[in-house]
Design a protein around this ligand. Structure first.
Ligand SMILES: [Mg+2]
Ligand SMILES: [Zn+2]
Length: 187
């Protein structure tokens, strides 16, 4: 059981979890296209009393593929579409660096999730981290979060490669995660 003081929150990766991913990066609002059912999943979580935070590596910034104005415009679109589905994304954290920057926020480093844990009152043991890449799960596992893999985006490849953190649960997509997670929480 969550302690009474711990806020209910779900932490999501962005590309390949909420929106379709691309090896060529998502560089503009037009390229930001929701995965079917993902916005409805966010709405279900919102309506069940969960805050939704996004933690996303965006090395395209550091590589000069797109700028902050483009990232802000993508996120404005994401917020607007989530709201029109009846949901809310409470916070978006992103790492703009490349691997060569050796920052503490680029997943699998846990810095972004640590910032979220500090901003919100979080009980990691009861907080799910949802991602499609191993590094999303490694960042979560490093801080003791519950790790969930979705098979959208890079998820199938991630599952096939193996080595998932112990206790990782696997779901077809964000919609399946939300239904399964909320059903378990209701028990
Ligand atoms: Mg991803
Ligand atoms: Zn970073």
């Amino acid at each position: 059981m969550p302690t009474s003081s711990a806020r209910k929150i779900v932490i999501l990766d962005r590309d390949g979890v909420i929106n379709l991913d691309s090896d060529a990066y998502i560089k503009s609002p037009d390229e930001w296209v929701a995965i079917p059912g993902s916005l409805e999943a966010i709405a279900r979580l919102t309506q069940a009393g969960y805050r939704v935070a996004v933690a996303s590596n965006q090395s395209g910034i550091g590589r000069g593929l797109f700028d902050m104005a483009a990232l802000n415009a993508m996120h404005a679109k994401m917020h607007r579409l989530a709201a029109s589905a009846g949901g809310r994304i409470d916070a978006v954290f992103f790492c703009p660096h490349t691997a060569e920057d050796h920052c503490d926020c680029r997943k699998p480093q846990p810095g972004m999730l640590r910032m979220i844990a500090e901003r919100f009152e979080i009980d990691p043991e009861n907080t799910p981290v949802v991602g499609d890449s191993l590094r999303d799960l490694q960042a979560g596992a490093a801080l003791g979060f519950r790790t969930h893999l979705v098979l959208t985006g890079k998820g199938e490849k991630t599952l096939a490669a193996g080595g998932l953190p112990e206790g990782t649960l696997v779901h077809d997509d964000l919609r399946a995660f939300a239904l399964d997670f909320l059903a378990r929480e209701a028990d």
